[in-house]
Design a binder for this molecule. Sequence first.
Ligand code: URA
Length: 246
Amino acid sequence: MERLQKIISNSGYTSRRKAEELIKSGKVKVNGIIVTELGTKVNKTDAIEINGTVLKVEEDKVYYLLNKPSGIISSSHDNLGRKTVVDLIDTNKRIYPIGRLDYDTTGLILLTNDGELANILMHPSYGVEKKYVARLDKYFEICDLKKLEKGIIIDGRISVPLKVKVKKNDKVKNYSVIEITIHEGRNHIIKNLFSELGYNVLKLNRLEYAFLNLENLRVGEYRRLTIKEVKKLYEYKRKNTNRKVR
Ligand code: URA
C-alpha cells in the first residue's frame, strides 16, 4: 500500500505537488469513488482515475525460472483450455514466458512481466545460448556430427549449433542421447535439425539458458531469480561465437 499522490507521481503522470492538488480538488477516483484525502493509501492493483483517464501503474517486476513438465503449453493463455506454464506459477502478476518450449519439451523456461528484458533476450542479435539434451530414435552416425558442424539449412536459413556432444550411443538398442547447444530461438529448431539428418527426437529437455541451469529444481518446480541474476541477464552477451563440435 502506498500514498495515492506517490503512486500518481511515480507513474510519471505529474509531480507530487500537482498530484496533491488534483486529489484535493476532487479530480481523482479510486475504484470509482472520489478521494480527496491526501494521506489515502492505495494498492497498485486499485483502479486510479484522474479526470476520467485510467492511470497506468507499473507493476513490480517479477522473474521466475521454471522446470517445465511435458504436456504444458508455453504461453500465458491457451484457446483450447490446456494448462500453461503461467498456471504453474503462484502469482497475481500478468507474467508470460520468455520464448517457447514445445508442448512435449521439458526443462528451463523463464517467465516475467518485464517486457524490456523479454524483448532483449528473445532478440536474435542477443544470441542467448541454450543447452538441450535430446534422446534420438536411432544410433547416431558420427558422420552426422560433421554435417551439424557445417550447419543445416532449415527453411532456407543455415543453423549452426555451437556445441554438440554425444552422451550415449547404443547400436544394439538403437538410440542415442545428444547434448546440443544453440543460440537460435526458432520454433522446433532442435527437432528440425535432427529431422533433417533423419532422426526423430523422442525426448527433449532444456538444461541451460544463458548462465542459468535447473539446479535443485525438480520437474514442475520453480524459483524466483535473484536481483543479481536479473542484472546479469540484462548484461548477458553471447561470449562463445566459435563453434565447438565434438
Ligand atoms: N527446439 C525444439 O525443437 N523444441 C523446443 O521445445 C525447443 C527447441
